[in-house]
Ligand binder design. Structure first.
Ligand code: FAD
Length: 306
């Protein structure tokens, strides 16, 4: 239960961190809230030669409204801010709703949005929720010889970021610097639900949904994503598509939930069988769609008139 020896760099600026990560002859890894990474070090599941601590970089904790009314969450935004910051909660209520399900308050006060996304855990809530919201990630590295400027930045749809369990599109030397969350649209409703054995545990399964109605009360956009529904945080495109062009009837909701359960690829483990996880996915999908469509049972739901 002791980490292997490593060099420690306490970066004070983004450029210092990028510099410390840029030397590919040294295996360097960023340290954010440490809530996943420190246990990995202690169990020697990771043995980097250098830790680059991001906690002193103020610029990475900024939360800003984007020009289109969406949110730009700096990578070091604490998970607790999603839950407590009214600036975030008013703009994107689904973030506040789902954040309460992530671990315990102590862990949320240290864990960060960048760390949670970069960790690429299929059992984590935030990656799935951000997929539902259509979020994008900003990835930054130091420029190499021959490249102009001091930094190189690229932006990826989150759907292209998760490549496998605990495996993402991050390249060596690259930092996830921010997450862009599009604004909520008029007549849009969202909801999140999960089932865990105990409050604060990782979910056996969880579902996030976002639906939008046109002025005639017909769904014209929908997204559903799963926690623990596959080998990556996953967007259920086919199931969501069954809702588009339909009124939010019980039959349409049941059909989408059934499609979601059928096409999900949950694993079996010591906590739940694959079959039980599929059952949870179906039931939870029905619940979140119902809540996202109906305001009387959900704070953030909607009707055709809203
Ligand atoms: C007891 C316990 C229960 C938990 N339960 C849950 C749960 O129910 N749901 C859940 O979602 N999570 C849970 N977690 C994990 C927690 O949410 C972590 O905080 C989160 O997964 C990682 O965030 P972090 O900021 O602590 O990242 P760290 O642990 O510091 O880093 C995680 C990984 O991401 C990399 N990384 C971090 N930041 C960046 C960046 N900006 N750019 C590139 N790479 C980066 C690190 O190098 C490391 O590989 C739990 C943790 C514990 C200890």
């Amino acid at each position: 239960m002791k980490p292997p020896p490593f060099d420690y760099v306490a970066a004070a600026t983004l450029d210092e961190a990028l510099e410390a990560l840029a030397d590919i002859s040294v295996e360097a890894r960023p340290l954010a809230g440490g809530q996943s990474f420190v246990p990995m070090l202690n169990f020697r599941l990771a043995e980097p030669e250098r830790l680059v601590d991001l906690n002193g970089i103020e610029a990475l904790s900024r939360v800003e409204e984007t020009e289109d009314g969406g949110l730009l969450l700096g990578a070091m935004t604490r998970l607790s801010a999603l839950e407590r910051d009214p600036f975030i909660g008013r703009r994107i209520p689904l973030l506040a709703e789902a954040a309460r399900f992530i671990a315990h308050p102590q862990i949320r006060s240290r864990g960060t949005v960048g760390g949670s996304v970069a960790h690429a855990d299929p059992a984590a809530e935030l990656p799935a929720v951000l997929l539902t919201l259509g979020a994008r990630v900003r990835l930054t590295r130091r420029a190499r010889d021959g490249e102009s400027g001091s930094r190189v930045e690229r932006t990826l749809d989150l759907g292209d970021f998760f490549l496998g369990p605990f495996f993402s599109a991050l390249e060596p030397g690259e930092l996830l610097t921010a997450i862009e969350v599009p604004p909520s649209a008029p007549r849009e409703g969202t909801a999140f639900e999960e089932v865990a054995r105990r409050r604060g545990d990782y979910a056996l399964a969880g579902v996030a949904a976002r639906v939008r109605l046109n002025s005639s009360g017909v769904c014209d956009d929908a997204a559903i994503s799963l926690v623990n529904g596959g080998s990556t945080p996953c967007l259920m495109r086919e199931a969501a598509q069954t809702l588009v062009g339909e009124k939010p009837t019980p039959e349409a909701i049941e059909a989408a939930a059934a499609a979601c359960a059928e096409t999900a690829e949950p694993a079996a483990d010591m906590h739940a069988t694959e079959e039980y996880r599929r059952h949870l996915i179906r039931v939870l999908t029905e619940r979140v769609l119902w809540r996202a469509y109906h305001p009387r049972t959900a704070e953030h739901g909607l009707t055709a008139d809203s």
